[in-house]
Ligand binder design. Structure first.
Ligand code: ZN
Length: 358
């Protein structure tokens, strides 16, 4: 027996009802408690001309870029759903590319699409959080984009990044591109496939419109957490995997970044380094023993690194802090003084200028 008696057909979408009076004098949306989208309904009209009139303000895709890859619609409106319903929104994932390691059939991928862990869903435009809270299909958010008669609906979130509310009781304002949650899967979905389900309502949940023509004109925002999250985090040491494995995502996210890193080997702080704009390369060279013998480090002295120091990946953990490019070396020196890493103190910090090949 279902815990949620209003659900019909098991796979139903528990939408928060949002509707807005047609009377322009009413400034607040009205709410109904109906769960109309959970019931089989006659096929709704798709994309009438009134539905496609232009939206005002800045609009962005509700999923941010992942490793410079723009999201795509993995399933559009109108496809059949259990109970004779039709899909009344779009599902958003990333197109699978060669080298993606997410196996089809896992929560992170199908044959054609992938959705990594910890991808952020963002507000598509400025507005007020109308509803945010748990549903049988995961956390869901409705944003009211008044004064225009438009709301957006996001569901299957595994975590909320806005304050839970009903009927805009918190009055929380969000701006286009602001994180509202982490993309997850519907607990009622047998496949447990991570994706964002996104709808646009131009009146209420019944007045949904096909987001796809609109999405084509919207930009894709960068992940607003990518720089600040690492920079502001306290030093957290994490393993970097074993030789031959792909580096974890947080390491790959250091490409083209500036900052400092601390390497511990079997728990002992062994090395502190920094890079101005090449943090990924600079860090991972410490784990690429073969490169040591090809002069790979030559020319890197300007960044203050000892070229010879390589460590076995499976015995180290690493902490990273992003900085402004101009601050990386200062921060490195501060950390060396504070942490007294074993190998910096042996061979560093004075660059041995007689080794510089030019
Ligand atoms: Zn969907």
């Amino acid at each position: 027996m279902s815990m949620f008696p209003w659900l019909v057909g098991g796979g139903a979408l528990a939408a928060y009802a949002w509707s807005r009076s047609n009377a322009p004098s009413r400034s607040r949306p009205t709410v109904s408690t109906s769960m109309e989208s959970t019931r089989p309904q006659p096929e709704a009209p798709i994309a009438s001309t009134t539905h496609q009139r232009a939206l005002t303000g800045r609009w962005v895709w509700p999923v941010v870029k992942w490793r410079d890859r723009a999201p795509v619609v993995s399933d559009g409106v109108g496809t059949p759903r259990p109970g004779g319903r039709k899909h009344q929104g779009v599902d958003i994932m990333f197109k699978r590319q060669p080298g993606d390691h997410f196996a089809p059939g896992t929560p992170n991928g199908t044959k054609w699409f992938v959705m990594p862990d910890n991808v952020v869903a963002v507000a598509a435009s400025d507005g007020v959080v109308w509803n945010a809270g748990p549903t049988p299909h995961g956390f869901a958010v409705v944003i009211d984009h008044g004064p225009q008669k438009v709301a957006t609906f996001y569901t299957h979130l595994e975590k909320l990044l806005v304050t839970p509310t009903t009927r805009a009781s918190t009055g929380q304002r969000v701006t286009a591109g602001q994180p509202i949650g982490i993309v997850g899967f519907s607990p009622l979905d047998g496949e447990r496939l991570k994706h964002l389900h996104f709808e646009i309502w131009r009146g209420g949940p019944k007045d949904w419109t096909d987001p796809q023509p609109l999405l084509r004109t919207w930009e894709v925002a960068a992940d607003p957490r990518s720089h600040d999250a690492i920079r502001n985090a306290s030093f957290v040491y994490r393993p970097v995997g074993s030789s031959g494995e792909p580096y974890p995502e947080w390491v790959r996210a250091l490409k083209d970044k500036s900052g400092v890193y601390v390497i511990r080997e079997d728990g002992e702080t062994v090395y502190v380094g920094s890079s101005n704009g090449r943090l990924y390369d600079t860090l991972t060279r410490h784990f690429q023993v073969w490169r040591r013998y090809k002069g790979f480090w030559r020319g890197q002295y300007g960044e203050g690194h000892d070229p010879g120091l390589t460590y076995p990946r499976d015995r180290v953990d690493v902490a990273v802090r992003l900085t402004k490019p101009s601050d990386a070396l200062d921060e490195e020196m501060r950390l060396i003084a504070r942490l007294k890493p074993r190998d910096n103190l042996l061979g560093q910090p004075e660059p041995r200028t007689d080794d510089v090949p030019f």
